[in-house]
Design a protein around this ligand. Structure first.
Ligand SMILES: NC(=O)c1ccc[n+]([C@@H]2O[C@H](COP(=O)([O-])OP(=O)(O)OC[C@H]3O[C@@H](n4cnc5c(N)ncnc54)[C@H](OP(=O)(O)O)[C@@H]3O)[C@@H](O)[C@H]2O)c1
Length: 234
């Protein structure tokens, strides 16, 4: 049975990946900074849990030590948005955003390289904003763009372990629920900006993740799951 560690696995897209992976027969380790939430999901799906905080390297080292008998796949969904204009940037939040998406996963590679099985893979999360600049999306855009380069270079560094990214468009993953009634507006605006005329569903992303885990001849790639939004002019 292949073992998969899902970082950010206790909620939203990470939890959906963990649930599907368990259903598909993987040995799932739910990694999250809230280990209680990770534990609840792990028990529900018959997996295990481990504390992983992408902002705290010691938790990455400890998790790799706990899983030292081998890991096949690592999926990292972490994100720490800082959606402001350049004039409002806060250095700590800027660093946290880069750490969640880029620096943290690079340190995951550092600690897990010795335990990742050679037929396995790492999967990072980018996002469509990396290719659609706009006011207030500076940090999200640059960090998502950096993920594309991170997977190319990590793929070379960790070879033959494959390293790829999924870049979703706007997906109703639960992450937008805090917008309340405004969520509907966001989802319909994003649907209008695609070729397929709808917003993304969690299943669209999970299907792609599960395919990438098995896609043995794909490495260093960013797979766009956004209905063509990058290519639409308006
Ligand atoms: N949903 C979308 O519309 C969309 C669009 C484009 C790109 N994406 C990208 O897809 C990925 C997953 O999206 P989502 O909708 O599931 O996002 P989300 O709701 O923001 O979830 C992000 C996950 O990252 C975890 N996380 C944040 N900081 C962490 C840290 N320091 N250590 C470990 N885990 C940490 C969160 O865990 P906590 O519970 O501990 O906060 C949560 O599980 C993200 O990278 C996001 O940027 C999503």
């Amino acid at each position: 049975m292949e073992r998969i560690l899902v970082i950010g696995g206790a909620r939203a897209l990470g939890a959906a990946v963990a649930r599907r992976a368990a259903r598909d027969g993987y040995d799932v380790v739910v990694g999250a900074r809230d280990v209680t939430a990770a534990d609840v999901l792990a028990r529900e799906i018959g997996g295990t849990s481990v504390r992983v905080d992408l902002q705290d390297e010691s938790t990455l080292a400890a998790a790799a030590e706990r899983l030292r008998d081998g890991v096949d796949h690592i999926v990292s969904t972490g994100s720490a948005p800082h959606d402001v204009r350049a004039t409002e940037l806060e250095r700590d939040r800027l660093l946290a955003a880069f750490t969640a998406k880029v620096i943290g996963p690079m340190l995951v590679a550092k600690h897990f390289a010795p335990v990742l099985r050679p037929t396995g893979s790492m999967l990072l999360f980018s996002g469509v904003v990396g290719w659609r600049p706009g006011p207030g999306s500076l940090v999200k855009g640059v960090t998502n763009g950096a993920v594309e380069y991170a997977v190319r270079h990590l793929a070379a560094d960790l070879a033959p372990v494959r390293v790829n990214a999924v870049s979703p468009g706007v997906v109703d993953s639960g992450t937008w629920d805090h917008l309340g009634d405004d969520k509907t507006g966001l989802l319909s605006k994003s649907a209008a900006g695609t070729f397929v005329g709808r917003h993304g569903e969690t299943g669209d992303v999970v299907d792609t993740v599960m395919w990438l885990l098995r896609a043995g001849f794909v490495s260093g790639e960013t797979i766009h799951v956004e209905g063509g939004a990058r290519h639409r002019s308006a």
